[in-house]
Design a protein around this ligand. Structure first.
Ligand code: 5GP
Ligand code: ZN
Length: 112
């Protein structure tokens, strides 16, 4: 999508602090980290949120979770939280599917 912030970041049109990239997905550090380590993993294809996942695109999501397991292992991150906010009430501010990967501090449950 031409006017989507995360489509532009995935395409390298807007700079980011890149963590990982392959043909399917892109990972980069969050500009406003909520934990000592906080990066986002996004599909290169525009998907609006978890609500837009279907049989047609769920292989992308499976791949993203493989990538999360790989990146965290490589970085020696043993305990972490994966979060995806869907919709305004849950706190989604960018309408392009993204998984937050947070680690490096104690986390509360339930989340605020
Ligand atoms: P959401 O609020 O939709 O769950 O998460 C969006 C995240 O994107 C937020 O944590 C926010 O800090 C991050 N973010 C927004 N704009 C940018 C940007 O231009 N660059 C980076 N690296 N992160 C961004
Ligand atoms: Zn997008």
């Amino acid at each position: 999508m031409s006017d989507c912030l995360f489509c532009k970041i995935a395409a390298g049109e807007i700079p980011s602090n890149k963590v990982y990239e392959d043909e399917v997905c892109f990972a980069f550090y969050d500009i406003a980290p909520q934990a000592p380590s906080h990066f986002l993993v996004i599909p290169k294809e525009h998907i609006a949120s978890v609500s837009a996942i279907s049989a047609d695109n769920s292989a992308i999501v499976a791949h993203i979770f493989e990538v999360i397991a790989k990146i965290t292992k490589e970085k020696g991150i043993e305990s972490y939280r994966v979060v995806s906010n869907i919709g305004e009430q849950a706190g989604q501010s960018v309408p392009h599917l993204h998984f937050h990967v947070l680690s490096g501090r104690d986390m509360t449950w339930p989340p605020g």
